[in-house]
Every structure is written in C-alpha cells, then in structure tokens.
Design a protein around this ligand. Structure first.
Ligand code: MN
Length: 203
C-alpha cells in the first residue's frame, strides 16, 4: 500500500509565493486522492503490490492493459507530487548551486537564460501538465514538458526539477495568471535537493 508522504515543511512554509490553502488542498486532497486511487487499482493485482512506484512507472509498457491508464494517472500523480514537495523549501538558495549550476551554464549559457527557457516551457503547456529539467539518455540536461500526470521516468528520463502547472497548483492565488505563479515559484526552489537528485542521476 502506498502512503501519502508527509510534507517536509508546514503548509504555510512557502508563503507568500505559494499560499497555505493551496498547499493544504494540493497535498491533502489532490495528492491523497492519487494515492488512494492507486491503491484501489492495485487491490485487484496482487502480483504488483511488491513493486515500488518507480518500478510501476518505468515498466509501464508491460503492465496489464486494463490498469495501464490508471497507473499512469494515479501512479504518475503520486510519484510526481512526492518529487515536487521535496523540490521546494522555505529558504531557497535563489539559483542553482554546485554541479547543477555548472551544467546549466554549460548548456544554457547562464542561469538566467535557463530560468527563462524553463518558464517559457511551463507557461506554454496547453491544459494540465508539468515542466521538467531532466537528464536525458546522453546524460545531458533538457527542458521538457509532460501532459497530465505523465512522468519523465516513464520515458527512461531522470527528473532533476519539476513544476506542476495544473490549475489546482495555483488557481486560488493566481487565477488565470499562470506566468505569475511560475515567476513566484522560483523563490521556493530547493536547489540543494536538485543537486542531490542530479548526483543520484549521474551515479
Ligand atoms: Mn498537482
């Protein structure tokens, strides 16, 4: 049985950039629903209950056909949100640090240019989805988007940084102004966590 992970900070920790009410609904209702529905689907497939969420998503193509969409949506939702909570914190470093900072400079010229390209990707997503900085199969950085709750690990890609642009992530505070949410979000990025994820990815 999968469980809703605890937030690594309080619901109001990301104020004023992401408000308490949004965080509470997002974690306690939206994410929790993904976990509950994922567990419900697995009830009828006992052979899969010993698998990790990473296993389920990376082996997505060989899952029984009748549960593939459910695992994709609810499993992807559980995995993506678990990552997302850890990629934010109260006191951000302000910009990339360590090896990630170096790689960003190499690939995008400067941190500012990276931030702009990532923001453009996030703002350009039509409908619900995520923007990601991933490590591709050539071990290089790429900025990509995924639809709905699809996760980069379903494609064998390694997510380093992700941004949820579903309306439930920002609508209470930012309404239709997604670009304002995206701009504010940079103030709460946990670059130490991003650096650690990169370390795991290149290992
Ligand atoms: Mn979400």
């Amino acid at each position: 049985m999968f469980q809703l992970p605890k937030l690594p900070y309080s619901y109001d920790a990301l104020e004023p950039f992401i408000d308490r009410e949004t965080m509470e609904l997002h974690h306690n209702k939206h994410h929790n629903t993904y976990v509950e529905r994922l567990n419900k689907v697995l009830e009828s497939h006992e052979s899969l209950t010993n698998k990790t969420i990473e296993d389920l998503l990376s082996d997505f193509q060989i899952l029984p056909h009748e549960i593939r969409t459910a695992i994709r949506n609810f499993g992807g939702g559980h995995y993506n949100h678990t990552l997302f909570w850890g990629m934010m914190k109260n006191k951000s470093e302000g910009e990339a640090i360590g090896k990630v900072a170096k790689e960003i400079e190499k690939k995008y010229g400067s941190y500012k240019s990276f931030e702009e390209q990532f923001s453009n990707k996030a703002n350009g997503i039509f409908g619900s989805g995520w923007a990601w900085l991933i490590l591709n199969k050539d071990h290089e950085f790429d900025i990509i988007s995924t639809k709905n709750q699809d996760s980069p690990i379903m494609e064998g890609l390694y997510p380093i940084l992700g941004l949820d642009v579903w309306e439930h992530a920002y609508y209470l505070k930012y309404q239709n102004k997604r670009a304002d949410y995206v701009a504010a979000w940079w103030n709460v990025v946990n670059w130490e966590r991003v650096e650690n994820l990169y370390g795991e990815a290149i290992r």
